[in-house]
Write a protein that binds this ligand. Structure first.
Ligand code: ZN
Ligand code: ZN
Length: 141
């Protein structure tokens, strides 16, 4: 559970109302485990990772990246109207089968960037090569 870098929650079996949260010290965790077992109808305790952001460095990294992405987007003006917030609004999908030449839906073909203000969009194909017949719903149903 990567203690003490990550914190844990300790509670009696099936009783989150008695949960002790944010525990990182092994002695505190052991004490909480003993109390939880004593207060549990089954005599058992549940110990789980505390995934609240301030207790989880793993989540903090993901949240930091999301904040950076948001800041970068807020700093990017629309190429048409100059309103801030230009960025990815969807994925382009649909590729061609190398075997039968038919459409292969749902596979990513590229990105669609756009403006929330004026509705301008720019398609950027990133993967245009035909795909293996193994991925084709007609060739490989
Ligand atoms: Zn095909
Ligand atoms: Zn715009």
């Amino acid at each position: 559970m990567d203690v003490p870098r990550h914190a844990v929650i300790v509670m009696p079996d099936h009783d989150p109302a008695q949960a002790r949260k944010g525990l990182r010290d092994i002695h505190q965790i052991d004490l909480a485990r003993g109390l939880a077992c004593a207060n549990s109808p089954t005599g058992t305790a549940v110990i789980m990772n505390d995934l609240r952001a301030h207790c989880s460095p793993s989540r903090q990294k993901v949240i930091e990246q999301a904040a950076r992405n948001l800041a970068a987007r807020a700093a990017t003006p629309c190429p048409e109207c100059r309103q801030p917030g230009w960025g990815r609004i969807d994925w382009l999908t649909g590729r061609t089968c190398a075997g039968c030449g038919g459409d292969v839906p749902f596979l990513v073909r590229g990105t669609l960037d756009g403006c929330q203000g004026c509705g301008a969009t720019v398609e950027t194909p990133t993967q245009t090569a035909p795909v293996s017949p193994a991925q084709c719903p007609a060739c490989n149903p």
